[in-house]
Design a protein around this ligand. Structure first.
Ligand SMILES: Nc1ncnc2c1ncn2[C@@H]1O[C@H](COP(=O)(O)OP(=O)(O)OP(=O)(O)O)[C@@H](O)[C@H]1O
Ligand SMILES: [Mg+2]
Length: 396
């Protein structure tokens, strides 16, 4: 199965949101493994539904799903932050020299697209590991995939300008900006990324690396798939098949099976989202295209109709509330379906940094809370509750 040059067969699944990319990637992975290929299915999608599709828990690293099939969610935590820190310190120094406020500089130098870069670095490692015959990548919806696939090109171009060229020891960017030369550790980090991205550029376009477009048989979805094909071709990627998902089979048992499954699914939705309105939208006999058809679909949404003077949401679901207490304040953030173990907190100046199962959120604290100290935090009834105390009341 392995290709002559030792690279695995690399397949990237992309398509519009919700069409079945993850399902297709997982299905192709199972099939390849059962046909004898050592197969890795990796998800670069922050939504991380690959584990759900395969019915395995991928939160703590790669999992052997069955013989020859491994699945993995790529997380941004992948050692990238340490490497970036070296570069960031250099950039912070530069910005500090020209008098930029440290807090602003920190924001300016935080790594853009960190998740995507982590995904690419991991993909390259896996492809070069010589462990797999087939590597399938389950991507986030189209726009993100295009960005992801284009990133090695643009990133290697940008990084090159920070590397010394030929006989000049001074990188073009540093010379042009008249800023101090980056130190060896910075150059080392940039060189490594540059080499990895350049390698990946080649790997993604090598014969045997292809893209699968997943679509459903609806005009709107197909239109996007068509545009994606154009963009991918433009970037030099090969689409070797289009999967049209969710075609209704014909046959008497088919609909009753779905009716049962959907009734159970709907009950589950009601159990899960207590306190907020649930809107059941019918699968219409045809695609709702155009204002009239959309208006007919909107009839089912009357309960949550958007009008100018209608209040938004119920108080119980307000995403963020602040209440004054005897000791200080309590900040409460909606984090449904999360256990305390999945939450970690940090503080950076006036910002509260909340990490919930790998998702980062920065809450800039209101003026009343900013000078106070966090003296407790917990998860209760789907909310993260953080208590702030005035310094003089904090008990060590
Ligand atoms: N052929 C199919 N028949 C029945 N259900 C399907 C089919 N394909 C996908 N589904 C279901 O549709 C839902 C969405 O599928 P999936 O998660 O694979 O889509 P996706 O394109 O990866 O979505 P996202 O854009 O959110 O990543 C899932 O519940 C999945 O089980
Ligand atoms: Mg998906």
């Amino acid at each position: 199965m392995a290709r002559p040059e030792g690279l695995p067969r690399v397949l990237v699944c992309t398509g519009k949101g919700g069409v079945g990319k993850t399902t297709t990637a997982a299905a192709l992975g199972i099939d390849a493994a059962r046909e004898g290929a050592r197969t890795l299915v990796m998800s670069t999608d922050g939504a991380h539904s690959l584990g759900d599709a395969l019915a395995v828990d991928l939160h703590s690293g790669p999992v052997l799903v069955e013989e020859r099939l491994t699945a993995e969610h790529v997380s941004a935590a992948h050692g990238l932050s340490d490497a970036w820190r070296v570069v960031q310190d250099y950039l912070l120094g530069l910005l500090g020299d020209v008098g930029i406020d440290p807090a602003v500089a920190e924001e300016l130098t935080s790594l853009p697209g960190a998740d995507e870069i982590a995904a690419l670095v991991t993909l390259r490692e896996r492809v070069r590991a010589d462990e797999w015959d087939v590597v399938i990548v389950d991507c986030a919806p189209t726009a993100e995939t295009l960005r992801l696939l284009a990133l090695p090109d643009s990133l290697s171009w940008h990084l090159r300008r920070w590397l010394p060229q030929g006989s000049t020891w001074r990188p073009a960017a540093a010379a042009a900006l008249g800023v101090p030369m980056p130190g060896p550790a910075v150059l080392e980090a940039i060189t490594r990324w540059h080499d990895q991205m350049t390698d990946l550029k080649g790997v993604l376009r090598a014969p045997g690396s292809t893209i699968r477009l997943v679509t459903t048989p609806e005009k709107v979805v197909t239109a996007e798939a068509r545009r994606t094909w154009t963009s991918l071709s433009l970037f030099g990627f090969t689409v070797d098949a289009v999967h049209v998902n969710r075609i209704f089979p014909t046959g008497p048992d088919w609909l009753s099976g779905w009716n049962r499954a959907q009734a159970e699914g709907l009950e589950e939705v009601h159990r899960s989202f207590t306190g907020i309105p649930i809107v059941a939208m019918p699968y219409l006999p045809e695609e709702p295209i155009g204002p009239d058809a959309l208006a007919r679909l909107a009839i089912s949404c009357a309960e949550v109709r958007l009008t100018r003077d209608r209040p938004v949401g119920a108080a119980s679901t307000a995403p963020l509330t602040v209440t004054e207490t005897a000791q200080g304040y309590t900040l409460s953030v909606l984090v449904p379906f999360v256990a305390a173990a999945d939450v970690s907190l940090g503080r950076r100046g006036d910002d509260l940094l909340i990490d919930v199962a790998g998702q980062h959120r920065v809450v800039t604290l209101p003026a009343a809370l900013a000078p106070l100290t966090v003296d407790g935090a917990g998860v209760r009834d789907g909310r993260l509750v953080v208590t702030f105390a005035r310094d003089d009341r904090v008990i060590a």
